[in-house]
Ligand binder design. Structure first.
Ligand SMILES: *[C@@H]1O[C@H](CO)[C@@H](O)[C@H](O)[C@H]1NC(C)=O
Ligand SMILES: *[C@@H]1O[C@H](CO)[C@@H](O)[C@H](O)[C@H]1NC(C)=O
Ligand SMILES: *[C@@H]1O[C@H](CO)[C@@H](O)[C@H](O)[C@H]1NC(C)=O
Ligand SMILES: *[C@@H]1O[C@H](CO)[C@@H](O)[C@H](O)[C@H]1NC(C)=O
Ligand SMILES: *[C@@H]1O[C@H](CO)[C@@H](O)[C@H](O)[C@H]1NC(C)=O
Ligand SMILES: *[C@@H]1O[C@H](CO)[C@@H](O)[C@H](O)[C@H]1NC(C)=O
Ligand SMILES: *[C@@H]1O[C@H](CO)[C@@H](O)[C@H](O)[C@H]1NC(C)=O
Length: 282
């Protein structure tokens, strides 16, 4: 039998435990403060010398003044870019990004935190973090940015050569790509012994011009010149008949999967660049 003294004692202990738990909960909420919001990035690649976009989206917030966007790069001392209270704040920006970054200010309110990067350099490659704070909470996602050079090849008939030859030429590639020829008629054939590929360094000493010549080609056949490195894959097709030459080409970025994104919305493994495939008739 518990004495009244014991009942009171245990009641007080229980109340203290309950109160302690409640206080711990309140403090816990106070520290974590807000909820996490979904932030989604898309791994992408930049073409050296051109402008690039680092893609990042987040759960939108109607209060623009509460939105803070921070872009950070692994290994960089300062920030890549900061946007808060409705405008850029570049006071902590790293030297290497000075004058080269912009967010799409009118798109921030709909949850677009993408960053435009001017004049992409080889050294811009790396891991970026898109860090977002809104009145609903905060969140972040990483993004792998690859840099290199890639361009569409053009295939032409080389009228000068001793045998019927095709010449595939692309102005800018980096790192050095592989070049493989294929034909519709001889599928699976290995053309490495009847072709000759050369790489010529461009004047900036980084990117290279790719030229590949395929010998002994036959009429009424479609040939493809495929150029590929770890960033992109490009194809130039040509078909020569008695009466005409048909050409087309396209370029694909070999992006890896959407990184660390919570949502599967952007989880596409291949991004297709809509670089108007052209069909030319002569
Ligand atoms: C963000 O806005 C820019 C500029 O309008 C656009 O090019 C880009 O595709 C947008 N990104 C997303 C993920 O919607
Ligand atoms: C074609 O051959 C002529 C003479 O052999 C040469 O002068 C010319 O440079 C060549 N053209 C090309 C595009 O190779
Ligand atoms: C084609 O043959 C060469 C050697 O002649 C070889 O190095 C290359 O791997 C072959 N390519 C394919 C796609 O089989
Ligand atoms: C092209 O074909 C001719 C005749 O069949 C042959 O003599 C020549 O070696 C071939 N050229 C190449 C690069 O294979
Ligand atoms: C390939 O091209 C280079 C430069 O144009 C030339 O020196 C070489 O002899 C060629 N090789 C073959 C197998 O045609
Ligand atoms: C490229 O390299 C060559 C030789 O190494 C040098 O003369 C030239 O100045 C370099 N060009 C640039 C843009 O660095
Ligand atoms: C190429 O195809 C056209 C139409 O199909 C045909 O008339 C022509 O004889 C063919 N030429 C050769 C060399 O096979």
């Amino acid at each position: 039998m518990a004495s009244p003294g014991q009942i009171i004692f245990w009641s007080i202990i229980s109340i203290i435990i309950i109160l302690a738990a409640a206080i711990a909960l309140i403090i816990g909420f106070g520290i974590s403060g807000k909820h996490f919001i979904t932030v989604t990035t898309l791994t992408s690649a930049g073409n050296i010398g051109e402008d690039g976009i680092l893609s990042c989206t987040f759960e939108p917030d109607i209060k623009l003044s509460d939105i803070v966007i921070q872009w950070l790069k692994e290994g960089a001392m300062g920030l890549v870019h900061e946007f808060k209270e409705g405008k850029d704040d570049l006071s902590d920006q790293d030297e290497m990004f000075r004058g080269r970054t912009a967010v799409f200010a009118d798109q921030v309110i709909v949850g677009n935190a993408s960053l435009r990067l001017k004049n992409v350099q080889l050294t811009d490659a790396g891991t970026y973090k898109c860090y977002i704070i809104t009145s609903k909470g905060k969140g972040n996602a990483n993004l792998e940015y690859k840099t290199g050079a890639f361009s569409i090849p053009e295939v032409n008939v080389e009228y000068n050569a001793s045998s019927e030859s095709l010449r595939c030429e692309a102005p800018r590639w980096f790192p050095q790509p592989t070049v493989v020829w294929a034909s519709q008629v001889d599928q699976g054939a290995n053309f490495s012994k009847v072709s000759n590929t050369s790489f010529e360094l461009n004047s900036e000493n980084v990117t290279m011009k790719v030229v590949s010549v395929l010998y002994n080609v036959t009429i009424n056949n479609t040939y493809s010149c495929m150029i590929e490195n770890n960033i992109a894959k490009a194809t130039g097709d040509i078909k020569v008949t008695d009466s005409e030459i048909k050409r087309r080409s396209h370029l694909q970025l070999l992006t890896s999967k959407a990184s660390l994104g919570v949502s599967s919305f952007f989880a596409i493994t291949w991004a297709l660049l809509p670089l108007s495939p052209h069909l030319m008739l002569k």
